[in-house]
Write a protein that binds this ligand. Structure first.
Ligand code: SF4
Length: 347
């Protein structure tokens, strides 16, 4: 029997709590400040215990990084693509990146059911992120199996969703036809894109830029919610053009075809382990600034500023987010009128 210790707290935002639980939880504290988060104690099982091999709380952002807690869905770990900068190279010495293996079907079913029942009892609305430790669409047979397992569970637990994050393209979205039409809004298909010069240089084996954008367009037509990540931004000048030229072309091509609900920006994150295990280290030439999340691109706040301005100029009105950034970078962009308050770092 699993110990009932409460080892971690999930800080839920108001939209992650069921309506009936939103009041009076989101009231004011004694000083009249409105409470932004509801602390939800999480059983050990979903932190380091048995269930965490399938669903785990991600709460490692730390005090100097803005990275809201989220739920990792680990039906499999790893990815057949070979991005030079991939973080998975530093996990398990890269072994699982190269040989993705699906967890036992019975375990996935059991722990998803148990987790969603716990979340229902806690009043939580959850988004299960299947793309933190894997590419969510790279292996169609795994995706097919996950859809088969998740379909009855999502029907029985109507407040929860699954996030699929991929550098796959048109061929990789075909399997999403298996998702029953009435459940498609319960999946968010998120595509990570970069200009083709960066795909050629650092994202071996992934779909072309054009194909990823096409895949996002197809997923939208199919009825899925669509998000985009422009991450990691790498300021590569190529073909006689500056880095910003390549991103301007990318954004134009994207927004001509796709209306994402959110665009998240990020830049290279060179953690010590990633650097150690990366076989191609050429991308490190762009990382020179120490940060609480590894070495990063210098002056990246200016890079984000230029990209957000391009997104707005080209008509994107949706929300822009940042991935694993420092409060300093957020504050700079907030002062420039380009970002909203990020919330509290470390929660
Ligand atoms: S697609 Fe994602 S998970 Fe796969 S190698 Fe590239 S960065 Fe890693």
């Amino acid at each position: 029997m699993e110990k009932a210790n409460k080892t971690a707290i999930y800080y839920a935002r108001y939209y992650e709590m069921k309506k009936e639980r939103q009041n009076p939880l989101f009231q004011e504290d004694e000083e009249g400040n409105s409470l932004k988060y509801v602390p939800v104690p999480v059983p050990t099982k979903w932190v380091t215990g048995s269930g965490s091999k399938v669903i785990a709380l991600f709460h490692k952002g730390g005090k100097n990084i803005v990275c809201p807690h989220f739920w990792e869905l680990k039906a499999w770990i790893g990815c057949p693509f070979e991005c030079s900068y991939c973080y998975l190279q530093g996990t398990f010495r890269g072994a699982e990146r190269k040989k993705p293996k699906m967890k036992k079907e019975d375990d996935i079913k059991r722990y998803m059911e148990e987790f969603l029942s716990w979340a229902d009892d806690a009043g939580l609305i959850t988004l299960l992120n299947s793309g933190e430790l894997a590419d969510s669409l790279a292996i169609p047979n795994f995706v097919r199996k996950l859809i088969e397992i998740a379909t009855p569970l999502l029907r029985n637990h109507p407040d929860h969703m699954i996030l699929l994050l991929s550098k796959g393209g048109e061929n990789h979205v075909k399997v999403l036809e298996d998702v029953p039409e009435d459940l498609r809004k319960r999946f968010i298909a998120s595509f990570s894109i970069n200009p083709q010069v960066i795909v050629d240089k650092y994202e071996r084996g992934t779909a072309s830029t054009e194909s990823r954008i096409k895949a996002a367009e197809i997923a939208g037509y199919m009825g899925f919610r669509v998000r985009i990540r422009i991450d990691p931004i790498v300021p590569v000048a190529a073909g006689g053009e500056s880095w910003i030229f390549h991103y301007e072309m990318l954004i134009e091509e994207l927004l001509n075809k796709v209306k994402p609900e959110i665009i998240t920006l990020g830049s290279l994150r060179a953690l010590k382990k990633t650097i150690h295990y990366a076989s191609d280290k050429s991308w490190l030439e762009y990382t020179s600034e120490e940060s609480p999340w590894g070495k990063r691109v210098k002056n990246r706040q200016k890079i984000y500023k230029l990209i957000i301005e391009l997104l707005r100029d080209k008509g994107f009105n949706g929300k822009v987010g940042l991935c694993k950034e420092t409060p300093g970078v957020w504050e700079y962009l907030k002062r420039e009128g380009l970002m909203e308050d990020p919330g509290e770092p470390g929660v």
